[in-house]
Design a protein around this ligand. Structure first.
Ligand code: CTP
Ligand code: MG
Length: 259
């Protein structure tokens, strides 16, 4: 009997192959308050998800965008992307898959849908609709340069305290004050060598609410993660005030484009 061929290991991101962006968009947006799922809420008349898809497709390096839709809303999201087709570049392919109960599960479902020739993956929150293309390109470039995991991040404005959480609104004792200059607030898109991210999702168990950050899962594999400069406009739309800020950013862009 002939020995079985060993499986061919996937090519690392640096050796060529295509780059895809997976956009987890299956969250409800509880902190934003009552209304449609967050990704479908409008900013200046356009759904947040469409802004996020455009932001990924704006990078020439990204040839496929996989949208992970609310589990019961994949059909609606497909219709939406068709409706906005004119506003999206022709060179980009789109796929829509239903999401899961946690961000970690939604990202994994997005990864499962990737074709074989994808060697580098960006994971980008639909809730960060305004990330500039230069930030996307900087992340892709670092992955293509050989980094297994790349996160855009910014220094913190606020000092951070570690506390011992209390129930019933009692004051929380402070446990430690990490040195602010050593801390970074991380954003998305986070970029990965595909095989590394797939291994992280296969190995790191989903506990509780699951990982809110894919790079953290890669850290747990013991693989290096590097930071590149993030951007103010890549902030996450989380609470109602963030909607006001996002619309102000769009208004400023429109005013600047007009001149
Ligand atoms: N996400 C997802 N699937 C989930 C939960 C979250 O795809 N089960 C996505 C969200 O759609 C969002 C990104 O992960 O684009 C970041 O999550 P977050 O900002 O926390 O969004 P929500 O979970 O929707 O908001 P909230 O936590 O306030 O409910
Ligand atoms: Mg959430």
């Amino acid at each position: 009997m002939a020995a079985e061929e060993p499986p061919t290991p996937p090519a690392p991101a640096e050796s060529g192959g295509r780059t895809a962006a997976v956009i987890p968009a299956a969250g409800r947006g509880i902190r934003l308050g009552p209304g449609a799922p967050k990704a479908l809420r409008h900013l200046n008349g356009t759904p947040m998800l469409v802004h996020a898809v455009r932001a990924m497709a704006a990078s020439r390096a990204v040839s496929l965008v996989v949208v992970v839709a609310p589990a019961d809303g994949a059909g609606e999201v497909k219709v939406l992307l068709d409706e906005y087709e004119h506003a999206l570049p022709e060179r980009t392919e789109f796929l829509v898959v239903p999401g899961g109960d946690t961000r970690q599960e939604s990202v994994r479902l997005g990864l499962d849908a990737l074709p074989d020739d994808i060697t580098a993956v960006l994971v980008h929150d639909a809730a960060r609709p305004l990330v500039p293309v230069d930030t996307v390109d900087a992340v892709v470039e670092a992955v293509r340069g050989g980094a297994p995991a790349v996160v855009p991040a910014l220094p913190l404005a606020d000092t951070v305290k570690q506390v011992e959480p209390q129930t019933g609104g009692r004051p929380e004792p402070v446990v430690a004050t990490p040195e602010r200059a050593l801390l970074r607030a991380v954003q998305t898109p986070q970029g990965f060598d595909r095989a590394t991210l797939v291994r992280a999702h296969a190995t790191v168990p989903a506990t509780g609410e699951g990982a809110t950050d894919c790079a953290g899962m890669v850290e747990r594999l013991g693989e290096p993660v590097v930071v590149v400069p993030g951007h103010e406009e890549a902030f996450k739309v989380t609470r109602p005030l963030d909607l006001v800020l996002a619309e102000a950013v769009l208004a400023r862009r429109r005013a600047n484009d007009g001149f």
